[in-house]
Design a protein. Sequence first.
Length: 273
Amino acid sequence: MTHHDLLPPDQRLDIDRVRSLLTTTEFGQDLHYLVQTTSTMDDARRLAEEGAPHGTVVVADEQTAGRGTKGRIWVSPPGQSIHTTLIVRPSIEELKRLSIISPVATTDAVRQITPLQPTIKWPNDVQMEHRKMGGILIEADWSEGQPSYALIGIGLNVNFDPAPWATQIDRPATSLMIELGERQQREPVFAALLNAFEQRYRQAGSTELHETWISRLNTLNKEVTVTLATGETIDGRAVGVDDAGALIVNTADGDRRAFIAGEVTLREATDPS
């Protein structure tokens, strides 16, 4: 990996300030900060394999090989956004709900710190008016039929200007700075994210979590194209979700099918991308 000049100290995330804003008992209590890394997912996996406890968090100011879903790159110029991975050691029930907990907590954080009201494009994009502000990547490791750990990678555009990166980004993007018209401090947003995540994780399986998630989903009652991992595409109308986070689609050929988050890419019929 090619090292360029690292981010100047005055532009780095102030980890002491983040710690002072945490109200958590688990998430971020063990906090690993890197100025530059390939991917916080890789760092977190290594820590999890070494036995890092539930609630361990890795955050970096810059990723040189950030990953999005389906192997896409996640553009992460230095010091502009939040690039973090949370390590959880979940039950099967908690694991099934990570795709609900994670986007709800991410939208909670933005809603608490700013006047913005971001929504969730099922399963894992955080959006403002159909422009992507953040994304979530969940990977789990199993042993003997039980989850041994899961990694939740969260990218949130804070002071990111997508214009110079337009050729590398496959869909319209935005950031807190663009939506609010001025640069934002990252520390309160990051602390709010960890605080919200811990709160929502404790609500796994609750009606409150599920209803909040549904109220923020912008995918329901829309015409969608579902692309399976196999490449098969299915057209239909997204009519609902179930309590494990699957999307229920009335397909064009008259079936009703449920799709779980890990297997599909979703395009709205109106989506120019």
